[in-house]
Design a protein around this ligand. Structure first.
Ligand SMILES: NC(=O)c1ccc[n+]([C@@H]2O[C@H](COP(=O)([O-])OP(=O)(O)OC[C@H]3O[C@@H](n4cnc5c(N)ncnc54)[C@H](O)[C@@H]3O)[C@@H](O)[C@H]2O)c1
Length: 550
């Protein structure tokens, strides 16, 4: 074992692993001085004193005891039992009627609450890899559903090359072989994306951008396949319509959820928008809404002409509907259309983090994956693409969308590799909160559930209870905070491959129930894939799942 891998500061590797995950979140945080990991104020702890006391508790806590954290503030270490988690957290939960941004901000001002985002407050964030794979998985599912599994020779048009949007050309073109044409209204940012190699070329002239995109679609290998149009997304779609071009896929990843600072109206550049934001924000919002209405009308028209069109979770449809586009909500939301069939089988954003800090460990787990899942291209393809395209951020980590049975299979193999000394240290397994059964968000993840149960948040609560009952090392219950207060309820879990029998039992127990409840949530809502998956795995009333067939 290397020196870092071996430096145990806590009473055991379960505790040490969780401490290293907390430190890892701070090491890749956007604003570590203020403990903010991402999204303006998603924090790892309430304040510096709380952080100090959490670290202190993690270094002294023994097995059989649990550290209790309330909105980023440590409350106690209590005796719990042999299979109890090391840490239990509840972050930013408010009861229904009080779950508003105003109440949240007032409590935050009085230092009574903190928002943990989804993965920041429970120390599960692994950097931008999650966004890349979410984007890859969505477009891979689009390819599977509409184009026989490939985006080769397909033109995908979108807008926004920001933090999340920049993953689009990488997923569409570099990973799935399609042609991507993405509008970015901030010309300087569009050019920067070219310098970074995110896109191959950037044009301010719409006709040039369109000609080259069409050449690439028709197989001209000399034409750039990842193209930025330095201009407005609505203008790009209107340009396509004017020239009678129907792309294969259309979506949008401008930050349209935020009328004031996320979406630029046609004819308004970033500098002018900044001026309006200061001087006349109402006018800026009205102009943004007008352009959004044009943008969504063009999306609807392109859909009529045969393009596959979906909303990518940025709220552009509801805004356009509010601005008079009465059929805006006819456009599918990506979660219901593309991710729900995966969630129905418990397939979602699973991750592992090598707390040894050794890149070799990540490579070794990639190899284990390649071996275990050689016959599942959904997994095998991603693992080799991730190896080639994902840059390291913080501790070596990998995300891969694994399903029910697949997660326990991998975790058992990794635990064995830790036991055999093939890995330099323990490995933490965790997942995004936005997973199969662990989140209710009626505008994104649970929109348009088949049985209309969009707003029911019993599921993430049950998910957390099950994780706690079956051996997880950390369990968190989160609700939306700040501007998101009242919008979501979610739960997170982490379990550690320590290479011991205890670790093996915890991994098997906690990861099995974690996806089981996801499959069952979707089966209960009536999704046929979930009913079939529950039947295959023996999940449901009267059957105790052993996951042995997995
Ligand atoms: N699909 C998902 O899973 C998911 C997850 C998280 C966030 N989101 C949403 O995705 C959206 C984008 O997120 P981000 O982090 O990339 O935001 P960001 O603010 O980093 O980037 C948005 C980009 O859009 C550009 N832009 C704004 N208006 C434009 C227009 N009319 N035409 C062309 N370009 C325009 C901006 O210049 C900016 O570069 C947000 O609304 C976010 O809430 C989706």
């Amino acid at each position: 074992m290397s020196e870092t891998a071996a430096a145990l500061r806590c009473r055991g590797w379960r505790q040490e692993t969780i401490l290293r995950l907390l430190e890892n979140n701070l090491s890749i945080a956007e604003d570590p001085d203020n403990l903010v990991v991402y999204a303006a104020h998603a924090k790892v702890a309430r304040d510096h004193e709380s952080l100090r006391r959490i670290v202190g508790a993690l270094t002294t806590i023994q097995d059989g005891h649990t550290l209790v954290v309330q909105s980023g503030k440590p409350i106690a270490v209590l005796p719990t039992g042999p299979r109890a988690p090391v840490v239990l957290l509840a972050n930013s939960n408010l009861v229904g009627r009080w779950a508003t941004p105003e109440v949240f901000y007032d409590l935050e001002r009085r230092n009574l609450i903190a928002w943990g985002g989804l993965t920041a407050g429970c120390w599960q964030y692994i950097g931008s890899q999650g966004v890349l794979q979410g984007t890859y998985e969505t477009f891979a599912q689009v390819a599977r559903e509409h184009f026989g599994g490939s985006l080769r020779g397909r033109l995908v048009v979108s807008a926004g090359l920001g933090g999340m949007g920049a993953a689009q050309p990488v997923a569409i073109t570099r990973m799935l072989g399609g042609v991507s044409l993405i509008a970015e209204a901030d010309a300087e940012k569009a050019r920067r994306r070219q310098e970074e190699g995110v896109v191959d070329a950037c044009f301010g002239d719409l006709d040039v951008a369109l000609d080259l995109a069409l050449a690439a679609r028709s197989g001209d290998a000399t034409a750039p396949h990842a193209i930025a149009y330095a201009g407005n997304g609505a203008a790009l779609l209107e340009g396509l319509l004017a020239r009678g071009i129907t792309p294969d896929v259309v979506t949008d990843l401008t930050a349209a959820h935020d009328l004031r600072s996320g979406y630029l109206p046609i004819g308004v550049g970033p500098a002018q928008a900044a001026e309006l934001r200061r001087g006349d924000p109402g006018k800026l919002e009205a102009l943004a809404l007008q352009t959004m209405a044009r943008h969504v009308r063009a999306m609807l028209q392109l859909r009529e002409q045969g393009a596959v069109v979906f909303d990518y979770g940025n709220n552009i449809r509801p805004h356009a509907a509010g601005a008079g586009v009465t059929d805006a909500l006819d456009i599918d939301i990506f979660t219901a259309r593309y991710l729900r069939p995966l969630f129905s089988r418990g397939i979602g954003p699973f991750r592992w983090i090598c707390v040894s800090g050794e890149d070799d460990d990540l490579d070794a787990i990639d190899e284990i994956c390649a071996e275990l899942f050689a016959d599942i291209p959904r997994i095998a393809d991603w693992i080799s693409l991730a190896g080639a395209h994902v840059r390291r951020q913080g501790l070596p980590a990998r995300i891969a969308w694994l399903g029910h049975g697949e997660r326990t299979r991998l975790a058992r193999a990794v635990n064995q590799a830790v036991a055999d000394g093939r890995l330099h240290g323990p490995v933490a397994f965790t997942r995004d909160h936005m997973d199969s059964g662990s989140m209710t968000h009626p505008n994104i993840i649970t929109e348009a559930m088949a049985d209309g149960s969009d707003a029911v948040s019993d599921w993430p609560l049950l998910n957390a209870l099950l994780n706690t009952a079956s051996g997880a090392d950390l369990v968190a219950l989160h609700a939306g905070g700040g501007g998101y207060a009242g919008y979501s309820q979610s739960s997170g879990m982490t379990v550690v491959a320590t290479g011991t029998d205890d670790g093996a039992a915890r991994l098997q127990g906690a990861l099995n129930v974690d996806t089981a409840i996801g499959v069952l949530r979707h089966a209960d809502a009536g999704y046929p894939q979930a009913i079939e998956s529950a039947r295959q795995h023996g999940l449901g009333l009267g059957v105790v799942s052993t996951d042995e067939r997995a």
